[in-house]
Design a protein around this ligand. Sequence first.
Ligand code: ZN
Length: 658
Amino acid sequence: MKSLWDADEARACAGDALALRVYTSRLLGREPDLVLHGGGNTSLKMKAANFFGDLEEVLYVKGSGWDLATIEAAGFAPVRLQVLRRMAGVARMSDAEMVRVQRAAMLDPNAPNPSVEAILHAIIPRAYVDHTHADAVVAITNTDAGEERMREIYGARVLIVPYVMPGFILARRVYEMTRDLDWSAFEGMVLLNHGVFTFADEARASYERMIGLVSEAEDYLERRGVLRVLLAAEPPPALPLLPLARFRRAASSVRGAPLVVRLEAGAAARGFAERPDVSAIASRGPLTPDHIIRTKRLPVIMGDDAEEEVARYADAYRRYFERHAAPRLTRLDAAPRWAVWPGYGTLALGRSAHEALVVADIVAHTIRAIQWGEALGGWRALPEEELFDVEYWELEQAKLAKGAASAPFQGKVALVTGGASGIGRACAEALRAQGAAVAALDKNDEVTRLFAGRDAVGVTCDVTDASAVATAVEGVVEAFGGLDLLISNAGIFPASRSIAEMDAATWSRSLEVNLSSHQRLLQACIPYLEVGLEPAVIVVGSKNVPAPGPGAAAYSVAKAGLTQLARVAALELAGSGIRVNVVHPNAVFDTGIWTPEVLRERAARYGQSVEEYKTSNLLKVEVTASDVAQVVCALAGPVFAKTTGAQIPVDGGNERVI
Ligand code: ZN
């Protein structure tokens, strides 16, 4: 591991102890082999003036909810050092009490909650203290001879602390161990099965000691020839997507909420999943107890029947809870957080695409560490009762009691066609804003720019190309684990032409895009919707269906056919629990098909100005793409859970429709 210290960057912080603290914290955060997604913590001891101008000794310690990679000065909670040191001298204290006393000792009541390791930071008599969960160090301690290996690597330069629960108990243990010790004898401290501390009076020295100690652990793994892990040699096989979608549905059902599933099928994930001993080595426990809140203790090992594997996992989890549960504990849901899929890779589950990615990152580091430990002589995680105590920590239970609010479509997967503009874009944006993972298809490759990120993917796809559509649908299932909502929207508005003047190309093009492509898309989606979560299809029709206008035969006929297709689909798919409903927008002018030219032409046909034409409805309102998207979201959501086969106008009111 290399030091990322950069003299120029550091110079910008010169003379400002807290700025340097921010800088080296971010250096630690930049290295995923040290800390992942909010793991680890750092601190600085310095004198700070209070409101009255008196200087007080203060511990600036990472606040909970901040990530080292992106932390700012405001992310450090200032706590009176004297109070923290006195707390270490108290024989017994619950973690809830600890948090309360720490908060009361803060110089700024608006700062975030101090890290649960604040007392431990406070008793280390050095200005800068750095703490990580370095993969190499923790992996070595997770073996049969972990402690001896640490002594072999570090000798007496490092204080070795046997595993105890993080929080007050850990701080208290270190306090007792070090009361008569001289801290200057140590470069750092290894917490077995948990992580590493380094400390110094200079920011750079503490940071570089961390890099140094971790490098020594990496060298140890290298010398023993265990750093190389198995990589899959063959290219990834074609994925069985339906079992993947069924797995997602089963896990979501146990979780009681929709989940996004992220597949990792790279050479490292498949190499692990192809090991003949994968079931045994993956079932011993996590890399560090810090991860258990995200990953649970164990993964599912996928077999032939995903539903059965999930049910078995959930049973085992409930028994694990019963084995260790104390009174008043609330059992967490019994759903898995990750899975090993022999032959295909690993799967990470989350309530959002972001959460699934966090789990996937932790899993990638975990499966590597497991293989290092196994090659060293045997991967051995903490006993399950220790892990249970962390998973059911009173502070985590307190968070549960508060309950987490979630967006209406959190964890749902939606596919929207015609997503680069107008109603399709508005629908995709609205669903995404309400928590769904969204795939937007459009022939215009602008869609790939509009929808990019963990929770959204834009796919350039011509909906009239059946094989491109099938590939895109499979890509959505592969990206998010399934499909729940289909917004069948893509359409064109052909130039106005009377039936007498109709040319064959205009006619057949409208039918192809506005009707036939929707049938093929629906056909490609049905197998996945059948195993989706509260699945729903919303078809974007047109006011022209109930109230056609002259000159729009090619459009109106196709949209009428599309509406009839949706009605038949509602009949055919009800048995699978798939709802199919239609919206009939009218006069939505912020869409791709309404060029100023088409708008002028249509207005002229009705003898109106463009402005009159835009609001020519009973309510005299302009209807926007976003208005339609809100109705589509409502139809996709629980309000319309018992409605299928309906047609809802979004047109400002139209006498001919009413
Ligand atoms: Zn820790």
